[in-house]
Each structure stands twice: as structure tokens, then as C-alpha cells.
Design a protein around this ligand. Structure first.
Ligand code: ATP
Length: 330
């Protein structure tokens, strides 16, 4: 690959974004997750062209689900990496369930394993503004709260040592396509992406174009603007909830103080309960579980709910909501 390639407007935009937010520091060890599609190819070329300026150590990783629809992709990505003189790492799944959620979970595990083994501190993906808008709609339809709606951030920690970064989160999918065409990048057209059995694909191919045609041609930008507004609000509320939790959660982590919960706003009550419940039920609580506990805040003494999880109950005892049946209860 011609590493001295001229920068386009896309290169300059990304360079400025990275400089402004320090997303990928100079000399960082970066593993690019490449699916073979237009977004991750666009991302790879951009980062490789910017590499001399930033002195990064870059490699490419591909995760092969080993589904029949994936045949040929891994070879295709490997050939591109070889042509670009970039190290290539491959993980292959065996008997992976054919669902989006299972695939995503496995991919992140696989990428972390590669990064751990070869000392990469940064895993980067080609998520775009279009993904952000689609994720927003997907979560909205499923009834997510503000936190779920504002997911897909610029970066988040995957482990203590590995950060996930999404450097092209403000490029739209039409821009990544334009970039790939301009630089003649060999995009792999994944059959799975056009399978309307998957909700995400229906959102991408049916719902967003419908909204663009009938409501707002800039709907992706509008949705992402909402994501940004919600994100700032949720970060503030979450921090407030964490501060208040310290006085509401008993030091034995089995009781919540009702008297202190009563006067605070509903939004914070729900957040405090949501932050607390994973310690009781060992997983993220759903809306019904949070509400079951919240209903105890003003309930008569001895009121009890057993709907939290098998064998786990919460009961009002004076000023406390007491949780019973937890595994390591002494
Ligand atoms: N098979 C793969 N191998 C390596 N990287 C991949 C693979 N599939 C996806 N990725 C990475 O993830 C990015 C997003 O891909 P895609 O939108 O298909 O996944 P997703 O499941 O919606 O993502 P997310 O994990 O956040 O929900 C791609 O741009 C690429 O960087």
C-alpha cells in the first residue's frame, strides 16, 4: 500500500478528531477489527495512512464465525492485510449459534484474546454514525431507558488494559462507501447483511430509508443528536445516583434505606436500585425487577416481593428493605 497516499478530507477529519479527544495516543499498539465490509476497510486505510504521523503499531484481526455464509471472507481480509504489509490475526469459532448477539459476544472475546496475547492496548472498530442511529432505534423499540438509547460511545474499557475505540463514529455509511470507492478498496459484500431475518438489517434497509423519505432526510443526524443529549444527561444522573448510594446502601450490601430513598426523585430511585441489584441477583436487573423493589419504598412494614430471582426475596423491615436468600448469606 502507498503509505504516502495523499490525505483526503476524511483523513483530515479523523486526524483532527483523534488529536482533539486523544482517542488513540501516539505510538499506541492498535488492533483493527476488520469484517471485510466498507466501514472497517475505510477505517483501516485511514489509520494506515495516518500511521507515519502518529507512529502507531498496527495489526488487523478478523473473526471467522465459521458459518456457511462467511466462506471466503477470512481469506479476503488476510490478502488485504498481506498487500498492505500489516500483521494479520485470525480467530475461528466452532459451533457458534447463528444469532447476532452470540456472534457479537464471541467476537469481542476473540478480539480481547488476540489483543492480550500480542500486547495491543487498543481495539478499534468501524462503527459509524449510521450504526449509532440504528442502535438507537433498535433499543428504542425494545423499550430501553435513556442509558440503553445512548449506547455506542467513542470509547470504553474492555479490560483493565484494553480500550475499545470507535474512531469513525461520526462518519455516515454513505461516507465510508464514498471513501472506499475513491480509494478502490475491495469491499466484501456480506450476504448476512442483506438477510431481513435480522432486526438490525430491517432497521437499516427498511426503517431508516422510510424515515428519510417520509419524515426527515437527515434522520441519522437527528437521532445521533438525541443520543448525544441523552448521554450527557445519563452521565450526570448516574454520577448523582452513585453519590447518593453511599448513604442508602447498608454496609452489609443486603439492605437499602427506605427513609432516604423516599424523598429523592424517581429517576434517581430507579438508578440506585439498578446499581445495587446486580449484587443481589448476580446479573443486570430488568425493568420489572427494579419496579418490584421500588414499590417497597412506600409499602407497609413486612411487605415482601419474591419476584426478583429464584430463592431471593426483598422485605420491608422498618426503615430498611432487606434482601434475603443471597448465596453467601452468613
Ligand atoms: N467478523 C468480524 N471480524 C472482525 N471484526 C468485525 C467482524 N464483524 C464486525 N467487526 C467489527 O465490528 C464493527 C461493527 O460491525 P457490525 O455493525 O457488523 O457489528 P455489530 O455486531 O453491529 O457491532 P456491535 O458489536 O457493537 O454491536 C465493524 O466495523 C468491525 O470493525
Amino acid at each position: 500500500m502507498n503509505r504516502k497516499a495523499d490525505w483526503s478530507l476524511f483523513h483530515t477529519r479523523l486526524h483532527q478528531k483523534l488529536r482533539q479527544d486523544n482517542l488513540l495516543p501516539k505510538q499506541a499498539n492498535i488492533l483493527i477489527a476488520v469484517s471485510g465490509g466498507q466501514d472497517s476497510l475505510c477505517l483501516s486505510k485511514l489509520l494506515l495512512d495516518l500511521q507515519p504521523k502518529w507512529q502507531w503499531n498496527i495489526a488487523i484481526a478478523h473473526c471467522d464465525h465459521n458459518w456457511s455464509t462467511d466462506a471466503g471472507i477470512a481469506d479476503h481480509v488476510e490478502k488485504i492485510a498481506t498487500k498492505w504489509l500489516v500483521s494479520f490475526y485470525l480467530k475461528q469459532a466452532s459451533n457458534l449459534k447463528e444469532t447476532e448477539a452470540a456472534a457479537r459476544k464471541w467476537r469481542y472475546q476473540a478480539l480481547i484474546e488476540i489483543a492480550d496475547t500480542h500486547n495491543f492496548n487498543y481495539i478499534v472498530t468501524g462503527h459509524t454514525k449510521s450504526d449509532r442511529a440504528e442502535t438507537f432505534l433498535y433499543n428504542l423499540i425494545r423499550g430501553a431507558g435513556a442509558d440503553g438509547l445512548s449506547s455506542l460511545s467513542w470509547q470504553r474499557n474492555l479490560t483493565d488494559n484494553i480500550v475499545l475505540v470507535r474512531p469513525i463514529l461520526d462518519f455516515t455509511r454513505s461516507e465510508t462507501l464514498e471513501f472506499c470507492q475513491q480509494f478502490e478498496l475491495p469491499i466484501w459484500v456480506d450476504a448476512v447483511n442483506s438477510n431481513l431475518k435480522y432486526a438490525r438489517n430491517r432497521i437499516r434497509q427498511d426503517l431508516i430509508p422510510y424515515l428519510q423519505d417520509n419524515f426527515n432526510p437527515q434522520v441519522e443526524n437527528a437521532l445521533v443528536q438525541t443520543v448525544k443529549l441523552l448521554r450527557a444527561d445519563t452521565q450526570y444522573l448516574e454520577a448523582q445516583a452513585t453519590n447518593l448510594s453511599a448513604t442508602i446502601i447498608h454496609s452489609d450490601y443486603r439492605q437499602l434505606n427506605r427513609l432516604k430513598l423516599q424523598p429523592i426523585p424517581l429517576a434517581l430511585q430507579r438508578r440506585i436500585i439498578r446499581q445495587f441489584l446486580p449484587q443481589v441477583i448476580a446479573k443486570q436487573p430488568n425493568f420489572a425487577q427494579i419496579e418490584a423493589v421500588r414499590n417497597l419504598i412506600n409499602a407497609p412494614n413486612k411487605t415482601r416481593t419474591s419476584t426478583l430471582a429464584k430463592g431471593i426475596a426483598a422485605e420491608v423491615s422498618g426503615e430498611w428493605i432487606v434482601f434475603k436468600g443471597m448465596r453467601d448469606e452468613g
